[in-house]
Design a protein around this ligand. Sequence first.
Ligand code: SF4
Ligand code: SF4
Length: 475
Amino acid sequence: MSTSPINEVKPDKSELIEVVDLYQKREKVYTRAFKGVYRNLRIIGGAFLFILYFGTVWIPWGDRQAILFDLPARQFHIFSVTFWPQDMILLSSLLIICAFGLFFITVLAGRIWCGYTCPQSVFTWVFMWAEKITEGDRNKRMKLDKAEMGISKFRRKFLKHTLWLMISLATGITFVGYFTPINTLVIDLVSGAANSWAYFWVGFFTLATYGNAGWLREQVCIYMCPYARFQSVMFDENTLIVSYDPNRGETRGPRKRDSDYKTKGLGDCIDCQMCVQVCPTGIDIRDGLQYECIGCAACIDACDNIMEKMNYPKGLIRYTTENSLAGKATKILRPSLLGYLSALLIISGFFSYTLLTRVPVTLEISRDRNTLYNETSRGTIENVYMLKIGNMDQHDHPFKVTVSGIPGIKLSEETKVIVPTGEVKMVPVRLELSPDKITSRNMTFSFKIVSQDSEHLAATQESRFIAPTDPVRLK
Ligand code: SF4
Ligand code: SF4
């Protein structure tokens, strides 16, 4: 009989450590096609965004396209408005408005932006449509992926990827077209005359669209999107979320259409899995609120269809709030929402006011650095200045220069200058003042420029007139 000195020690159950594999292989999501109110809303919203995205670079506006971000000239043309580097505050305000708008809508209605208007979602839905028309609906696609490669499978896959690449190419060209005139870009790309950067960026954005909407899809929303990382901190019990009503749905289970399921202890959920099969992120909304849910309401449409077929009331999955699900009252107006709304209104007000009162003309003054003043042959005191006149309007304008602020001050000669649109002109001017009008060594006055064909295009700038210390000696 062998007696081993070593005893087998079994750890206490509470000491067992669960090993979790941090890398999980992606399971492909096969979404099922569905119909419903929210799907229609998404199609309308997506179509509007598509028309906006593809349309605004092609719509002619004056002698250019409606939207053009001309980086070399440092000008952003958005319909009739041109933003210059001086307008950075306006562009920054616009970005802040977008950010606060997103925060506001998130506190109010959760990830509604993700489900309906986020470009990643919109392009993914379009790619899913391309997938459906080339490979068929969910079951066909699953079968196709399991099947051996043959002519039919190759043809379907080839068609799908060709369609995806065509949509991606159109997206890539359009995106680059926001930064360089699209008419010439397309001609140059086709004729081979475009520079290598144009080919690089079109290729880059084509592959980015193809990769994101075709291959990565929900992975972008779940792992890469920064908004997905922080949006949950803006949620509270009064935020509108897509939710399954467990009070009504549980206990789940299959049953016959007209059976008296309540006597068997069943709830309204027939456990058909439709809500799971339509979900673009592949989750089961019945497990509760999950960060992967992009609030797209596809599961609401799918479940409402089932409820209709079963003759049950719709809304087993619906837009609701945690408070409402718990039978408590939902409070819409709450401090965080009002805070974001106030910030949004204040910044929007500032932006609108600045935009409406903005005059697209700039005037900068610099004095001649070599001489403080000259004494002319007429006995007057003369100062020399350089005016820098910028015309940020859409048309050329003739400007007239005037001075005011010191009695008797005048331009040595009448000064008119035509400044072409988008240009800055340097204009030298001389001012004269009779010695008897000089009251101090350093006098303040104003230059004014006014467009001769549009009086509201005017700008005023203060400057200084330097005179001798003892002007009386000049009399
Ligand atoms: S679609 Fe509705 S009924 Fe079907 S499993 Fe989902 S929640 Fe239940
Ligand atoms: S759970 Fe519903 S709302 Fe959320 S992503 Fe899936 S389908 Fe969309």
